[in-house]
Ligand binder design. Sequence first.
Ligand code: BJW
Ligand code: ZN
Length: 253
Amino acid sequence: MTPPIPDTLISRLTSAGAVTFFTGAGVSAESGVPTFRGTDGIWAKFKPEELANLSAFMKNPELVWEWYRARKTIIATVRPNAGHFALAAMEALFPGCTLITQNIDNLHRRAGSRHILELHGNIERNYCLKCGAPYGDEDLPQTEGVPRCSRAGCAGLIRPDVVWFGEMLPEDEWDAAVRASAAADVFFSVGTSGIVYPAASLPLTAKQQGAFLVEINPEPTSLTRSVDLFLQGLSGEILPAIVERVKEKRIVG
Ligand code: BJW
Ligand code: ZN
């Protein structure tokens, strides 16, 4: 069930200079992309805390690639959902709108969002661990097993261009995300469990700097007790409802 959207949120939004959205795997759940820590159990064999790090990759690149190949296949076959499209519409409604995502699935871009700060990389890109050469998915050998660099004399292991545990976030994206969080008049945390740092600190940065903090999630998280407004439900239902209400208010004045 979609909770009612309070008038105070719509007023704050229509008078806001800067609106920032911060998304996690939950926004893609309704597209059919499994979350990391969901109860659906699909990643029972593949635990992000065990696989999403460089030492796991060095120890067992076959297993890590099996996980990423499975995810690349899912992502290539799904479509953005109403939540992604609503976020793209927000960009048109609010000139000072920033979208920060932890997702690597490209669904925000496919839905039409243009200004996206991707904190954890992008699953459609890959690179050679040895020489750094970039590889698109189309450049990878389609066979099973671990792809290797085709540059003369290299043959290094190719890895997905995503941020694993213990690795730094891309510096420019991170700096821009901190600025957009600190500058936000209204900050939304959508579909994230908020347990992975440093990304999980962004809603708190926003709040400390005076933002009205909103969370959209079917389940309470560790952030919930700090928010000004918790909208409990699905992002694919709540985000479009907010877009509609903002449009109505703009027309009625
Ligand atoms: C819906 C919904 C619907 C469902 N609508 N909602 C101890 C304390 C603090 C920090 C650390 C620590 N030990 C280590 C660290 C650091 C570590 C960390 O945070 N670990 C924690 C787990 C404790 N962080 C790092 O290592 C980061 N780097 C770093 O810190 O660098 C500095 C450093 C350098 C050197 C040494 C040490 C430090 C890097 C973190 C990289 C995270 N990477 C991953 C994988 C990316 C690649 C890939 O996808 O394969 O990023 S892990 C995974 O988690 C992925 C996600 O982006 C991230 C967050 O997950 P998310 O999006 O929140 O998903 P879920 O599944 O957790 O939640 C889904 C939510 O949706 C749920 O709440 C649902 O209820 C909800 N939902 N349906 C709305 N329809
Ligand atoms: Zn190479």
